[in-house]
Design a protein around this ligand. Structure first.
Ligand SMILES: [Zn+2]
Length: 423
């Protein structure tokens, strides 16, 4: 395969180049590659050639909740969004706390998937926060991290023991920081908006207390702590200080926490109901600032599909979660790059290069010898996220029926075309 005439992202700049791919690997990048023997030529004139995106935080809902999503629809949605690798969170039914379920996901993704799927194992059995899961066993099955995401270990002594155990393996613990005694039955960020709408509030403190606790524990145990979907200004400041002390603490932020605030909940649209909740403008600015100064390492979607019948309920009983894989790039490109908050190469670094490096993967940049994991984007083209156009089984996105710029025309995963908007 040869991709011709595209604007290729190399060393933070776009340059018109041709790319040759053989056996799933990038074999040559040059100003002109002519190979009459190569039957598959993609003309990418005027298009931007980006390294395929890598998502550290995807809920595939398979096994057990396949009415929301499954491995096939989830990976198709990922490919449409420009993703070539995603990490499956373990809060399925059953929970991924054993090697058999790890192997089921890997096998199904390998046989039927549209992108590469890496598996995150549970930290505790059934993610109940009581007994440590069979982590050593799951590592043999190839898990890349452990997390009870969706839930949070409340008991400090259990978290201490879990961290001590995980620190003997070379993988991160990913935390969903939420003190249940403070978040309670909260629905949206605690503050002006929750009072105005008469909805229960989730205070910033519910997240900050756990982050503070877990940074302290990780500092004592020299464990790699990764904070999922960080959302408050003070949480980000704590990570900044921990990094300055030289701790192995990393963090991710979601597209929705970078782009939206609690104001989006004013219409009682359940597609804005998410955990952690959309916060204030001050918190959103801190997320952008934290990303810019490197405190936040990368962007992860927290793709959390739910079916229409679940989301079409009153706000207080609808489940938490936003569908993210198909809208992530376009929403970030439209909201942050076109608005001149970030440069495009910086954004690509945060959705592809850095997460790939985090997992030590041979992708995340376009260079010779790397996997041919590539997204071809038409930055001027608009996309309408209508329910009919969405490939995920779920439509729970605040961008439903909205138009954004930055269309992924084609996605190539190890040399195989996994998404083609023209097909
Ligand atoms: Zn979470």
């Amino acid at each position: 395969m040869i991709i011709k005439n595209g604007l290729v992202l190399r060393k933070n700049r776009f340059k018109k180049m041709d790319i040759q791919i053989k056996k799933g690997i990038i074999t040559k990048i040059a100003e002109k590659i002519d190979d009459t023997k190569d039957k598959q030529i993609i003309d990418a004139s005027g298009k931007h050639i980006l390294p395929g995106f890598v998502d550290l935080h995807t809920h595939l809902r398979d096994p057990g909740q396949t009415y929301k999503e499954d491995i096939v629809t989830g990976t198709r949605a990922a490919a449409k969004g420009g993703y070539t690798t995603i990490c499956a969170m373990p809060n399925t039914e059953p929970i991924v706390d054993n090697i058999a379920t790890v192997e089921y996901i890997k096998r199904k993704a390998n046989d039927l998937g549209y992108c590469k799927v890496l598996v995150i194992g549970a930290l505790t059995k059934k993610s109940e926060g009581i007994e440590i899961a069979e982590i050593g066993n799951m590592l043999e099955g190839g898990i890349v991290a452990v997390s009870d995401d969706g839930k949070c270990v409340q008991n400090t002594k259990i978290m201490l023991n879990a961290m001590k155990y995980v620190s003997s393996f070379n993988i991160p613990i990913i935390i969903h920081a939420e003190d249940y005694s403070l978040s309670g039955k909260g629905q949206i960020n605690a503050g002006k908006m929750s009072t105005k709408l008469g909805l229960g509030g989730i205070p910033a403190l519910a997240e900050e207390l756990i982050i503070s606790r877990d940074i302290m524990l990780a500092e004592n145990l020299k464990c790699h702590l990764h904070i999922a979907h960080i959302s408050t200004a003070r949480s980000i400041q704590m990570v900044r200080e921990a990094k300055q002390r030289g701790l192995k603490i990393t963090a991710e932020v979601t597209p929705h926490h970078l782009l939206l605030t609690e104001e989006a909940c004013a219409s009682y649209d359940t597609n804005t109901k998410v955990k952690p909740p959309l916060r204030t403008e001050k918190d959103r600015m801190a997320c952008v600032e934290g990303l810019l100064d490197g405190t936040i390492d990368f962007i992860a979607t927290d793709h959390a599909p739910h079916s229409d019948f679940e989301k079409e309920k009153e706000f207080s009983i609808a489940p938490f979660g936003i569908n993210g894989l198909e809208t992530a790039f376009a929403s970030l490109f439209t909201g942050l790059v076109l608005n001149k908050k970030l440069e495009l190469p910086f954004l690509i670094n945060k959705i592809s290069t850095t997460p790939a490096q985090f997992l030590k993967l041979n992708c995340g940049e376009i260079s010779k010898g790397k996997y041919a994991d590539i997204a071809i984007a038409d930055l001027d083209a608009e996309i309408l996220f209508s329910p009919e156009s969405i490939l995920s089984k779920s439509n729970n996105t605040p961008y439903i029926n909205k138009t954004l710029k930055g269309k992924i025309e084609k996605t190539i995963c190890e040399g195989r075309i996994t998404w083609d908007s023209g097909a």
